[in-house]
Design a protein around this ligand. Sequence first.
Ligand SMILES: [Zn+2]
Length: 335
Amino acid sequence: MTKVVSLRILLLSIVVVLVACNRDQDATPARAQSQPPAAAADASVPKLSLPPDNGPPPAIDSARAMQYVKEIVKFGPRPIGSANHKRVEDYLISHLKGDAVEEDTFTADTPEGKFPVRNIIAKFPGSRDGIIVIASHYDTNYPLRNTSYIGANDGASSSALLLEIANQLRGKKRDGYSVWLVWDDAEEAIRTWSDADSLYGIRHLAQKWQADGTLKQIKAFLLADMIGDADLNIDRDLNSTPWLEEVVYQSATRLGYQSHFFARDNQVSDDHLPFMQRGVPCADLIDFDYGYNNVFWHTPQDTLDKLSPKSLEIVGSTILETVNILDKMDPLPPK
Ligand SMILES: [Zn+2]
């Protein structure tokens, strides 16, 4: 059975790589390669001693989160530099009234010229020294800007989930680390995904926080991307930090959601990379199998009907449970 599964995943990985190659020719970013389920990866799963599971499960209002997805998608395509992009910036900020909001704005130099970029950060203080970042990009794919592409899953689902997480954090002083929510901008490639042409917003923020000393306070960086898929299968990302991925998995297990996590290994280039490169423990929660062979990804078929409020709930509560566990881990494993 294991061999059958391995072969299937191997074949899938070949297909994904071939699709990615085709996409490259179409100047559409390819940013992930499926990996065969390596025994080495399983062997490297760290043994963690986690605090006991004695709290109530975290709350997420999945209907409200889904309503946010619908409202974001209603703006239409939201590529950087567009009027719709400005509308979604205003929409996000309007939902963070009364919160401690910081903006990181700059001009990105891209293959298509200069664009204004705005990262939006909402800070929820805790009693413990240190910060946990939860991030999502909110721009939509630039090369598809003149199509009907609305990025319901890719951009809207995770950005909406962060708004709902803000609702859950608001008004209470956390008995744990501070949590900073980051809606990062200009994640998508302008032409073809590369180190230089991608992740404009989050690269800028990582550099800024390194320069001003904030980076040293960040205990973990949790990323949500493409998490609204009704057929939810979050990948185990081999570019993330193994011990933190394991905390995510244990969190999902405590909530009974483990069957939606880590059936497949993947190696994903995503917003967490600038933080990984700077030594911050990171976990990318991404389902990079959106439709058979990821066929809906970066196409006008990335629409609301493919999503489920339950998926938002599964990922949102798993993220919050992960934060709750991190709050009680002392010390955190070495980076
Ligand atoms: Zn994308």
